[in-house]
Design a protein around this ligand. Structure first.
Ligand code: OOB
Length: 595
């Protein structure tokens, strides 16, 4: 099937499997075979029925949600952000949109995306910073009936080629005015790479080119967002809406298929827990593409209640404090290292942020001491958020005691979020003991997109997701994250799979063995450190860090993943069963660093 046909026929992008009524109903009525999970990660019907019954899953798609959001209070302020399509003295200009204006811009973006050849059901790589175009094109992609794939602005050819190939992307949305990187060249490089692999390159859509505004007549016409024309499919709201990126532990990030109904349930639940209203002014300081920023409660949570969103071009205290003051920001979210930087800056400069009432912190473990300082120095209430792009999100609540607020990472959104804390043999640990967190629930996925192998070990037979986090239960329902069992580095809340770095390092001709580790760091939480054993007789030069930096840059890897510290050893420490001991290695390096 051609790309367009496949999209039209396949409820879950696999026309081959899902194109007949029998197949679709079979798929929804029983647990899928493992082999199908990679392509069609469905929730078994008995669970789906329960989630509908409980009112969690309502029959609304994200495109419908977005349209309703714009029309509920059309004259309310929706967005303040820099625009790459509106310049002032050659620089991005600050623009303001009401909800009605946002609808008009989103519809113009949808028209542009459709005119570029994107069809309902197609996947579109969205790769923008926190600009007005981010939200406008996000809406445009949904309203064109397509599925966004949330890339980060830092991603380079290595990552983008993988996502484009895996998702069979029809378009790549970027801005040629993003400072510091030539995105037109990046787009061309990705296209060239895909063509070399015999794949169709995505069409490029440059958001720095101004949109053609719709005429008053066009705006007055009834507008119905495009949908996949698939009469055989089950509820549109229970189909996949977009692909989010996983942090990954094995190789390059996996794609996370999130469905409309399940995702919107988490959005409504989050907006409710966080007490968002149309009087909220939310500062969007973290990268917009993150699941945290998108839905916890984030951009979609703000839209859910017609709050005002203010996009910060960067999350530095300088930029953010000025916006908080000028726009009267009441609510925002950060990762722990940034929260710490805000506290330090506010302390030093004697800054007060009187309008701000809640600072959410998540994406990595927040130290209780820092949590306390956020409250005492910034004069705001801290809200811890422990979530994952695969689903489950936990929050501390406004009424929680300081002990809970400062020392735990909260409790789940839903009463139907199932939590298991188990030992290495999947046996439940005693209450209060540390164990592996497994979870299943109304908005947690049952499998990654087209990852049959990974799905067999990332999910249990009962459909629980193995989070890779080590947690313990506090007061019977709160979770405290105490560590991590997965091989991942958490740098500024960005997740890096050690595997991806090690595999690339091993491909270097002078490298015999390689281990990537996260080393604790004040400024970013953890830094990527690479320990290398050179091939016999080979050397990695006078400055191995520089050698490897050049090598990884040449491999076109996102800069945040490139090791910031490289150590060369003659051999790696091993455990008594002969495996490389990461623990021992980490201890040795920490010791070296503090010497
Ligand atoms: C969020 O999502 P991801 O997919 O980038 O990363 C998920 C992982 C978790 O499994 C955990 O290892 C870590 O990030 N994490 C935390 C944490 N929040 C996330 N570890 C300790 N304490 C926390 N508060 O990071 C994400 C998604 C939605 C909302 C918030 C964060």
């Amino acid at each position: 099937l051609a790309r367009g046909d496949r999209a039209r026929f396949g409820a879950y992008f696999n026309g081959e499997v899902a194109s007949t009524k029998e197949n679709v109903s079979q798929m929804t009525e029983q647990t899928l075979e493992r082999s199908d999970l990679g392509v069609t990660p469905l929730i078994p019907e008995e669970f789906a029925a329960r989630y509908r019954q409980a009112g969690y899953w309502i029959d609304q798609t994200i495109p419908e949600f977005l349209l309703d959001a714009c029309r509920a209070k059309p004259h309310f302020p929706a967005l303040v952000a820099l625009s790459h399509a509106h310049l002032q003295d050659g620089k991005p200009q600050q623009v303001r949109y009401s909800y009605a204006e946002l609808e008009a811009a989103g519809r113009a973006a949808a028209a542009r995306i459709a005119a570029a050849g994107v069809q309902p059901g197609d996947r579109v790589l969205l790769q923008l910073g926190n600009t007005a175009e981010y939200l406008i094109y996000l809406m445009g992609i949904f309203w064109a009936g397509a599925l966004p794939v949330f890339c980060l602005p830092q991603h380079r050819t290595s990552e983008l080629t993988h996502f484009a190939a895996r998702a069979d992307a029809a378009a790549h949305v970027y801005s040629s005015r993003t400072p510091g990187t030539d995105f037109t060249a990046l787009h061309q490089d990705v296209s060239k790479q895909l063509q070399a692999e015999g794949l169709n390159p995505p069409v490029g859509i440059d958001t720095a080119e101004p949109l053609v505004p719709l005429s008053d007549e066009q705006l007055a016409e009834p507008f119905v967002p495009a949908v996949i024309q698939n009469t055989d499919s089950p509820r549109a709201s229970e189909q996949v809406a977009f692909l989010q990126l996983s942090g990954g532990t094995t190789g390059v990030s996996k794609l996370i298929p999130r469905t409309h109904a399940a995702y919107l349930y988490s959005v409504r639940g989050s907006a409710d827990i966080c007490n968002l209203t149309c009087n909220t002014t939310m500062l969007v300081a973290l990268p917009a593409a993150h699941n945290f920023t998108m839905s916890s409660p984030g951009i979609l949570g703000a839209m859910c209640v017609q709050a005002k969103m203010v996009f910060a071009a960067d999350p530095s205290p300088q930029t953010a404090f000025a916006l908080i003051e000028s726009e009267g920001v009441t609510f925002t979210a950060l990762v722990p290292p940034l929260a710490q930087a805000w506290v330090a800056s506010a302390e030093k400069r004697g800054v007060q942020l009187p309008s701000l009432s809640v600072l959410q912190v998540g994406g990595a473990k927040l130290a209780a001491t820092v949590a306390g300082k956020i409250e005492s120095v910034l004069g705001v209430q801290v809200q811890q958020v422990f979530g994952m792009a695969e689903g489950l999100v936990n929050y501390t609540r406004a009424g929680d005691s300081p002990r809970i607020r400062l020392h735990t990472q909260g409790r789940p959104i839903s009463d139907d979020d199932e939590i298991l804390i188990v030992d290495d043999n999947d046996q439940p640990v005693a209450p209060g003991e540390v164990g592996h967190l497994l979870t299943r629930g109304p908005y947690t996925i049952r499998g990654y997109y087209r990852e049959e192998n990974a799905n067999t070990y990332s999910f249990t037979d009962e459909g629980y997701y193995r989070t890779g986090d080590l947690v313990r239960l506090v007061d019977g329902k709160y979770l405290e994250v105490v560590g991590r069992a997965k091989d991942q580095i958490n740098r500024n809340g960005e997740k890096i799979a050690v595997d991806e770095i090690e595999e690339l390092a091993l491909a270097h001709p002078d490298v015999l063995d390689a281990v990537a580790l996260g080393l604790p760091d004040e400024a970013v939480g953890e830094r990527v450190c690479l320990v290398l054993v050179p091939q016999e007789g080979a050397s990695l030069g006078q400055n191995p860090r520089r050698t490897m930096h050049e090598y990884f840059t040449q491999k076109k890897l996102a800069a945040f993943k490139i090791p910031e510290r490289v150590e060369v050893l003659k051999e790696l420490p091993t455990t008594n069963v002969g495996k490389i001991s990461r623990r021992e290695l980490r201890a040795r390096l920490v010791e070296m660093l503090t010497e």
